[in-house]
Design a protein around this ligand. Structure first.
Ligand code: ADP
Length: 508
């Protein structure tokens, strides 16, 4: 017995020694991306693939779960090939995913319906009805969220109510509910694991933020049978091992996961309370680590789980702006002022300031902290001297000004100052935007060398789950800033900008 153990140990040690890579899978809203990284977090190979968006009716957005799974297999294959790494050399897999998107499948892995995507508004009426009944305060107190179709709970209820026979089968324990993380682990392990992590579960409207368990009151409110729910696990542990995959051999541990925004917070090494990151993509997501106790918001922000590691839960405050890079897309596609998104910086630099033009990017209403779904975009202060350059510059400033409002709400709710503002996402290449963001926030804006922080965060979690990295400190050491933007604006200039912005927001 002892001899066998030693043999096993030696065998394990040899295996670990050759497994020098971690695979990260980032399953996003429009594409899937797989990345192979080495122990020093260098990217060795990437595979990326887009997939179909289904819009069966106005306000409905769906994804085909089987197609998503096929893109994961394809991307993993491509990433390994690009990295010239064999599947047997992978020590761990970390996952991150578009959040809230809701699937329902049977125990054999057959989906009952296409997944309902986070953007889908089909449960607006149900949410309005529950709000009118006065349910929101307890929903907020339990889950940290608001009654909005964005979150998974009402989408799951819709599936159970609408798909023929689903409710009875769910009650009998024949069905699995899951967000995309859960679907992917289920598929990777050939159905052996039905599991989610606390960060993803905190986006369902069904989890109690304090106990990190499914909440009986919320399950009753949304008429969800417990038998359909996955186990809620930490963000790093071995959930299972691969079995029957086309792109990987059997036995590779799936060992870390978090929702995409939380993974980015982790990938930015925001491990201490007060540290925050902002991702500038189509929209912008600001998350602040608030430590080991959930902080309730009085400013319209959400409270969410950042991650759970070992027995320790870290919480975050989250605020999002629906429109960030999308405002630049609108300059390109709606107004035709630029040919490609990156042209906006050169156009904005043709003028030294906005000439007092202010832009409120409320192209899809205003989110936190204003919550005015009926607000619409606005250019204010235009006169005959206004040029295309002024408009472009005002659009970039408007994006940054929205984040100043969110940062202010975070300061108020958390009682903490932002030590620095770490940024990532497609729009952070824009130096003018980043400089103005630092100016208007009055804190340093820090752009990391690797702006793919979401993939990085997932890789870290996967690696931590098997001991490939020993502690988050390894990540802090590996995280490197590429450029720091320091505030240069005077207090008077700042106050003037903010005054004009606040006037314009009132009129939007
Ligand atoms: P998503 O993940 O939401 O698809 P990305 O992180 O890929 O978004 O970023 C794409 C967004 O960034 C687009 O909305 C685009 O308009 C914007 N963008 C890209 N380059 C620039 C730039 N140089 N300046 C400002 N915005 C940009």
């Amino acid at each position: 017995m002892r001899f066998e153990n030693r043999l096993l140990f030696t065998h394990e040690a040899t295996r670990m020694a050759t497994q020098r890579y971690v695979l990260s899978i980032d399953q996003g809203t429009t594409s899937t991306r797989a990345t192979v990284l080495d122990a020093r977090l260098r990217v060795k190979g990437v595979g990326q693939q887009e997939f179909t968006q289904h819009f069966p009716r106005p306000g409905y957005v769906e994804h085909d779960l089987k197609e998503i799974w096929a893109t994961v297999e394809a991307c993993v294959g491509k990433a390994l090939k690009a990295a010239k790494v064999k599947g047997t050399d992978i020590a761990a897999i970390g996952l991150t995913n578009q959040r809230e998107t809701t699937g329902l499948w049977d125990r054999k892995g057959q989906p009952l319906h296409r997944a309902i995507v986070w953007q889908d508004r089909r449960t607006s009426q149900l949410c309005a009805h529950l709000k009118a009944r006065g349910e929101e305060p307890r929903v907020k107190a339990t889950t940290g969220l608001v009654l909005d179709p964005y979150f998974s709970g009402t989408k799951l209820r819709w599936l159970l109510d609408t798909v023929k026979g689903a409710r009875a089968r769910a009650e009998a324990g024949d069905l699995c509910f899951g967000t995309i993380d859960t679907w992917l682990v289920f598929k990777m392990t050939a159905g052996a694991a039905h599991v989610t992590d606390a960060s993803n579960a905190s986006r369902t409207l069904l989890m109690d933020l304090a106990s990190l368990d499914w909440d009986s009151g919320m399950l009753a409110l949304l008429d969800v049978p417990r038998a359909v729910l996955p186990r809620i696990a930490p963000s790093a542990e071995v959930y299972g091992v691969t079995r029957g995959m086309k792109s990987l051999p059997d036995g590779v541990p799936v060992s870390g996961m978090a929702g995409d925004q939380q993974a980015a917070l982790f990938g930015q090494a925001c491990f201490s309370p007060g540290e925050s990151k902002c991702t500038y993509g189509t929209g912008a997501f600001l998350l602040m680590n608030v430590g080991s106790e959930p902080v309730a918001s009085t400013s319209g922000l959400l409270t969410t789980v950042a991650w759970k590691l070992g027995g320790q839960t870290t919480y975050a405050l989250e605020g999002s702006a629906f429109i960030a890079g999308a405002a630049v897309q609108w300059l390109r596609d709606g107004l035709g002022l630029i040919k490609k998104a990156s042209d906006v910086e050169a156009l904005a630099k043709t003028v030294k300031d906005t000439g007092d033009v202010v832009f409120v990017p409320a192209l899809a209403g205003l989110g936190a902290p204003h919550w005015r779904p009926d607000a619409r975009g606005l250019f204010a202060g235009i006169d005959r001297s206004t040029t295309r350059g002024h408009l472009a510059r005002a659009v970039l400033e408007g994006v940054a000004l929205q984040l100043q409002d969110l940062a202010e709400a975070m300061r108020l709710d958390s009682g903490r100052d932002l030590p620095a503002f770490k940024v990532d996402g497609g729009a952070v290449k824009n130096d003018l935007l980043m400089q103005f963001q630092a100016d208007i926030l009055g804190v340093n804006v820090v752009r990391p060398r690797n702006v793919e922080t979401t993939s990085l965060g997932a890789a870290f979690l996967g690696g931590l789950g098997v001991g490939f990295w020993k502690s988050p400190e390894d990540i802090r050491k590996a995280w490197k800033a590429e450029k720091v933007f320091t505030p240069k604006m005077t207090q008077e200039q700042r106050a003037r900008h903010l005054g004009k912005w606040r006037d314009a927001v009132k009129r939007a």
